[in-house]
Ligand binder design. Structure first.
Ligand code: UDX
Ligand code: UDX
Ligand code: ADP
Length: 476
């Protein structure tokens, strides 16, 4: 007598909630899916008839939204109504790192989650299954359960943890054919029934053998562990890239050689200017905080090193630009190709580009930025935010204004590169490989430098054209 789910609500219409619900709606026409958010602009954008206006850029997403929207997929700001109507509620709100108080800079800030829980507790009139989709520290489900089940009004909540493993830029494919779907629940009759209800939703398109059920804590910790392992691979290959640059080995050759070992595997071994994105750093900091909390300082230090190595890599890239430009970039024009934290997304959270720009701006460079998908407003916001953080969250001041005078954002790549002293490639957008480098070279100052933070440019071609090319992990 399993509960057949016919009405789902998702709180949070961001990079996780939006695409995930669009996919569920597309695959399950019999389920009404309502995505709610407090942010009215965001909801308006999701509802925009012009699909180019969707708030997030993700290849293939517009087609999925076009098919399901206003059929069984709805975007709304009526949070209470959607909660009241739903049998199953996904929580996909943001969980940034705390910027204040206990656990500042490390622990996840659960205030948005807590607000959701209190809102659900207030509004719900019948039993509901609550699914945590945001990445949360272990035992959040317990906290959720405490808040939800303290209303004393007889309504019961079953809490599941079902972390989302989609990566941005490939979200639609990751949702369509996931390596696995993970569902954590309680080992009780009710817990099992709740898990089954969610299994049944996914079973509409995911083979049963790819749907794993575990205990809640294992599910929560699996998500942190998966991201920590992935980030660790990037930091590991980046650590080797530094050694390659000193010794003349080629890190891409090393990646190929070690990736051929099936125990290591070939994916996620691309040396780069450093990883970014909303998850890796946040989740590792979370893991570190947990380890410290449980008095495991050696384990905490082990994982913290992954972040330190990433910071080092970003710094190394910026410093190399300054070094090679004769030890100063003051007044020099540096063209940035890419601002997003990876290709095929307009997301810039924790993007290495922000860090590199900051370091070059501190050395008084002039930065000219081009990214195919990131808006001008977002780039300005990122630069201001970074500057304010450095100065301890002081309100916008003269220094920020001064800084922005040295930042120009372009809508075409060639304009960004014209008269530049150097080009820095920060994101691996495919279109960067297609440029007319002869033309770019002829319009740049000489010597013309290229710092390829993604190893995507054809080094031989560029060198033949006349560029002075520096890569990640390739000795000169
Ligand atoms: C290793 C490399 O695997 C091999 O490619 C290289 O040529 C020599 O070094 P070896 O030391 O013979 O081979 O054995 P391996 O299977 O790698 O195990 C090494 C150690 O790691 C063992 O003590 C093993 O028990 C341990 N191990 C391995 C684990 O604890 N967990 C694992 O998942 C795998
Ligand atoms: C990650 C996880 O992959 C995903 O499973 C989880 O749900 C969310 O976090 P995401 O941050 O969207 O996804 O992108 P991902 O492809 O993992 O890339 C993260 C960062 O690592 C990017 O900045 C990327 O450029 C960098 N990276 C990745 C490398 O530098 N080298 C690699 O080989 C892979
Ligand atoms: P993620 O990458 O985890 O999806 P985002 O920041 O892209 O994170 O999306 C989270 C969304 O959740 C934001 O649009 C934010 O406005 C929304 N949100 C946060 N708290 C609430 C809440 N209490 N009710 C509704 N929406 C919320």
């Amino acid at each position: 007598n399993n509960k057949q789910i016919s009405n789902i609500c998702c709180i949070g219409a961001g990079y996780v909630g939006g695409p995930t619900m669009a996919m569920i709606a597309q695959k399950c026409p019999h389920i009404k899916v309502t995505v709610v958010d407090l942010n009215e602009q965001r909801i308006a954008d999701w509802n925009d008839a012009d699909l180019d206006k969707l708030p997030i850029y993700e290849p293939g997403l517009a087609d999925v939204v076009a098919e399901a929207r206003n059929r069984n997929l709805f975007f709304s700001t009526e949070v209470d109504q959607a909660i009241a109507d739903a049998q199953m509620i996904f929580i996909s709100v943001n969980t940034p790192t705390k910027t204040y108080g206990v656990g500042k800079g490390m622990a996840a800030d659960l205030k948005y989650i807590e607000l959701c829980a209190r809102q659900i507790a207030r509004v719900a009139k019948d039993d509901k299954i609550i699914v945590e989709k945001s990445t949360l520290p272990v035992r959040t489900a317990e906290a959720l359960s405490t808040i939800l089940n303290s209303t004393g009004n007889g309504v019961e909540f079953d809490i599941l943890s079902s972390p989302e493993f989609l990566a941005e830029g490939t979200a639609i494919n990751d949702l369509q054919v996931p390596d696995r779907v993970l569902i954590g629940g309680k080992d009780t009759e009710r817990g099992k029934a709740a898990m089954q209800a969610l299994v049944d939703v996914y079973a509409n398109w995911v083979p049963l053998e790819n749907i794993l059920t575990t205990r809640v804590w294992s599910s929560e910790l699996s998500k942190l562990t998966a991201n920590a392992f992935l980030a660790q691979r990037v930091s590991s290959i980046n650590a080797i890239s530094a050694l390659c640059e000193k010794t003349g080995a080629d890190v891409d050759e090393i990646s190929r050689a070690i990736g051929a070992d099936s125990r290591i595997g070939s994916k996620f071994l691309k040396a780069s200017v450093g990883f970014g994105g909303s998850c890796f750093q946040k989740d590792i900091l979370n893991l570190v905080y947990l380890c410290q909390h449980f008095n495991l300082p050696e384990v905490a230090a082990y994982w913290e090193q992954v972040i330190k190595m990433n910071d080092y890599q970003k710094h190394r890239f910026a410093k190399n630009i300054i070094d090679k430009l004769f030890n100063t970039v003051s007044g020099k024009k540096i063209a940035f190709l890419g601002w997003a934290f990876k290709k095929d997304t307009n997301d810039t959270r924790e993007s290495a580009a922000i860090y590199v720009a900051d370091e070059l701006l501190q050395d008084r460079a002039e930065i000219h930025i081009y990214d195919p998908k990131v808006t001008k407003e977002q780039i300005i916001k990122d630069i201001c935010h970074c500057e304010e953080e450095r100065r301890g969250n002081l309100p916008e001041s003269e220094t920020t204004k001064e800084l922005l005078k040295r930042v120009t954002i372009h809508s075409t790549p060639y304009a960004a590169m014209e008269n530049a002293h150097a080009i820095a490639i920060l994101t691996e957008w495919d279109e960067f490989k297609t440029y007319d480098w002869q033309k770019v070279y002829s319009e740049m100052l000489k010597p013309a430098f290229v710092f390829d933070g993604r190893n995507i440019a054809d080094k031989e071609e560029l060198t033949t054209v006349g560029f002075d090319v520096y890569n990640i992990g390739k000795g000169k």
